[in-house]
Design a binder for this molecule. Structure first.
Ligand SMILES: Cc1ncc(C[n+]2csc(CCOP(=O)(O)OP(=O)(O)O)c2C)c(N)n1
Ligand SMILES: [Mg+2]
Length: 184
């Protein structure tokens, strides 16, 4: 499964819900798949995607979607523990697991050596977990996640593809657009 195609599946079902995207190719793919005011792109902020999404989820009744990366979550595994502790019913974390720190040179991550992030999530008290490896499975699990109480933690196994051009994001405008969308 390619992240760009998988991102389009998420957008097809996300409606107007806020989406927080991991830095690098995840942000670029989201931009190219469908830029919208409710995309929050986290350039540079490695490891903080799901923490930012957790903060949003705790501050709104809306469902919030985090598109995280294996390497980034591994760097801040405390984020998983905190989601398990807080139990936000409206948070859906999707981890694009390419088993590598892709953007910095494709170094194999721990998930290439046996670490199972869905099991980590389970052990942190996140009961709704799933691991998917094709678009059909992703679509089915994501639709289920939208209709049931979370927190949800979906590990989506993806293959690397050639990177799309870097998205022309201005962090200040991203923040402005996202905040403005909540006050409407
Ligand atoms: C604190 C910090 N350390 C290192 C980096 C450099 N860096 C940027 S992206 C990245 C890899 C992220 O891996 P992953 O989350 O798996 O995303 P992928 O590139 O595989 O899509 C690294 C190490 C950074 N931006 N911030
Ligand atoms: Mg990765």
């Amino acid at each position: 499964m390619l992240r760009f195609e998988a991102t389009k599946v998420i957008l097809r079902h996300a409606g107007d819900r806020p989406i927080v995207a991991n830095l690098g190719p995840t942000t670029d793919d989201l931009w190219h798949a469908g830029h919208r005011d409710r995309n929050f792109y986290t350039y540079g902020s490695m490891g903080l995607c799901s923490s930012i999404a957790l903060g949003m989820a705790l501050s709104t009744q809306e469902q919030v979607i985090s598109l995280d990366g294996d390497g980034s979550l591994l760097m801040n595994m405390g984020a998983i523990a905190t989601i398990g502790r807080e139990q936000p019913k409206n948070l859906i974390v999707v981890v694009w697991d390419n088993e590598e720190w892709g953007q910095t040179g494709h170094q194999p991550s721990h998930t290439a050596k046996g670490t199972d992030l869905a099991e980590v999530a389970q052990s942190c008290g996140i009961r709704q977990t799933s691991t998917v490896s094709d678009l059909e499975e992703l679509e089915a699990v994501f639709q289920n996640a939208l209709q049931t109480e979370g927190p949800w933690f979906i590990v989506a196994k993806i293959q690397e593809a050639e990177y799309l051009p870097v998205a022309p994001i201005e962090p200040e405008l991203t923040l402005f657009r996202m905040r403005d969308s909540f006050s409407a």
